[in-house]
Write a protein that binds this ligand. Structure first.
Ligand code: ADP
Ligand code: MG
Length: 486
């Protein structure tokens, strides 16, 4: 064990995917697809004399997220001006929230690889407006204000995260919750969801947290993990060498696989926050909170518990199946069609995910694969009824369904793949195999038990893989036993 402990707090920015911007009726567009500066109005451009109006849909989405993160929703929240100058912020200040955020004191449960779970506290979630987007080109910088003013929820964790793996679990869980709620697509490549990691290390003798750095511009969870690992090692080395960690904003250089320093922070940023004079404080009635809470969809933790409690799945399998809402729905549709839940879970997690991985299809796109849930249920029903054996289903029927889109039943009929359970047919196959491979049978009888599987394989091969494995094994053992006695 290292005498250094990792300490991480994550700040997450999630756009709330509303029709219009946070403080005006200007439409929100896809900031990657749309022509730059086509979704702007006087307010997003920070023209003097414009006045903001609060987008209540965005506030409602924010409260949904707050509740889903087990936060308290204070009865009043308030916008504040965060003053700084940067070309992506034409007003010269960002309307954000400061001392009266929308949501406070929540938590997220994360599942760790060793099967344990852990609670990470969420300090606050506050509403603000997104800024424009800068692109740096040779000879200058370009700015696109389509994104300026898009509703943005900032979710700040406590420094409760103690490894890159925990940071990953937190990031994935948060993304999953946002997607379940339908308020954010989770598409990090488009920047609608952005993570910043505050990282420090602590010596085992330390009583207090040490200086931290902040890693920005992480465009995927995978890169976040790499960046944290790199940064933790860098800080430990600095301390071991007798140097100090200087507060800094860092970036992740994906191509170089290393941290770059964007700027050192000489002193704390001074934003001269003050309450936004153009907006009233927002009262959130208890009735409104109760209504929003009542309308929340089932969330991953809840579904996971149901899958364990009602369907008898392992905690791990239930976690995998509920991480994405689309996967949970796919699974539920199979079970609703009458497939035994454990069989459904095994086939989904091992076989179907393997096919999806091979074609690099994201799990969340499971509703667009060539095999619809009903069709997959059709395959598993054939397995369950013993019409085909597991191996035929796995090796022949499933790949054919994937490539042709045909139903399992049609493929089984067309290719004559139905399982043969008739003991008379199986007996004949076993007799023939034992006669053809007498040497193997004798080796088994002489004590070499491993030969049994080889014999089994020969018979199954002779039956084109269609034998009922249980019957086949029973008949084979009976015949061998008889040979022994003869
Ligand atoms: P600020 O007010 O300057 O933004 P905060 O104390 O609010 O700083 O923390 C911002 C984020 O940094 C939070 O997610 C918090 O958990 C995290 N954080 C604070 N101190 C540390 C530390 N020493 N190491 C790692 N993360 C930290
Ligand atoms: Mg912020």
């Amino acid at each position: 064990m290292s005498e250094w402990k990792t300490v991480i707090g994550l700040e997450v920015h999630a756009e709330m995917e509303t029709e219009s911007k946070m403080f005006s009726s200007c439409p929100v567009v896809d900031s990657v697809e749309a022509e730059p500066n086509t979704a702007v109005d006087a307010l997003s451009l920070g023209m003097p004399g414009t006045l903001p109006v609060i987008n209540m849909q965005a506030m409602e989405y924010g409260i949904m997220v707050g509740l889903a993160l087990n936060c308290e929703i204070p009865p009043v929240n308030q916008f504040a001006r965060k003053n700084y100058f940067y070309p992506d912020l034409p007003k010269g200040y960002q309307i954000s929230q400061y001392d009266r955020p929308l949501a406070i004191n929540g938590y997220i449960n994360i599942e760790l690889e060793d099967g344990t779970s852990k609670r990470i506290r969420v300090r606050r979630a506050h509403m603000e407006e997104d800024t424009g987007k800068l692109s740096h080109i040779a000879g200058g910088s370009l700015v696109d204000y389509n994104r300026a003013g898009v509703p943005l929820l900032e979710i700040v964790s406590e420094p409760d995260i103690h490894s890159a793996a925990e940071a990953e679990a937190y990031a994935r869980k948060l993304r999953s919750i946002l997607r379940y709620l339908g308020v954010n697509s989770g598409d990090m490549s488009k920047g609608v969801l952005r993570y910043e990691a505050n990282v420090s290390v602590m010596h085992e003798r330390d009583k207090e947290l040490r200086e931290r750095t902040e890693i920005k511009n992480l465009n995927s969870i995978r890169n976040m993990v790499k960046a944290i690992d790199y940064e933790v090692k860098r800080q430990i080395k600095l301390y071991r060498d007798g140097d100090a960690v200087k507060p800094a904003t860092l970036g992740w250089d994906e191509a170089g696989g290393r941290i770059t320093v964007q700027r050192y922070k000489e002193r704390a940023d001074e934003y001269r926050y003050f309450p936004e004079p153009d907006l009233p404080a927002v009262e959130v009635s208890r009735e409104m909170v109760a209504d929003i809470a009542a309308g929340l969809p089932a969330l991953p933790d809840e579904l996971q518990k149901q899958f364990v409690g009602d369907l008898g799945l392992s905690n791990y399998d239930a976690g995998v199946l509920t991480a994405e809402r689309a996967v949970a729905e796919y699974f539920e549709a199979i079970v609703d069609a009458g497939v035994e839940p454990k069989l459904a879970a095994n086939w989904l997690i091992t076989d179907l995910f393997r096919l999806m991985n091979a074609e690099e299809i994201e799990r969340e796109a499971i509703d667009r694969i060539p095999i619809a849930a009903e069709a997959f249920a059709g395959l598993l029903s054939l397995v369950q009824q013993g019409t085909i054996n597991q191996n035929t289903a796995r090796k022949k029927v499933l790949p054919a369904m994937w490539s042709t889109g045909a139903s399992a039943r049609a493929i089984v009929e067309e290719q004559g793949l139905a399982q043969v359970s008739d003991p008379a047919v199986i007996e004949a196959a076993v007799d023939k195999a034992l006669a053809d491979n007498r040497d193997m049978a004798l080796r088994y009888l002489a004590g070499n038990e491993k030969v049994l599987n080889a014999l089994f394989g020969k018979i199954m091969g002779q039956m084109r893989g269609k034998g009922d494995p249980a019957v086949l094994r029973r008949v084979l053992l009976q015949k061998l036993e008889r040979m022994k006695q003869d």
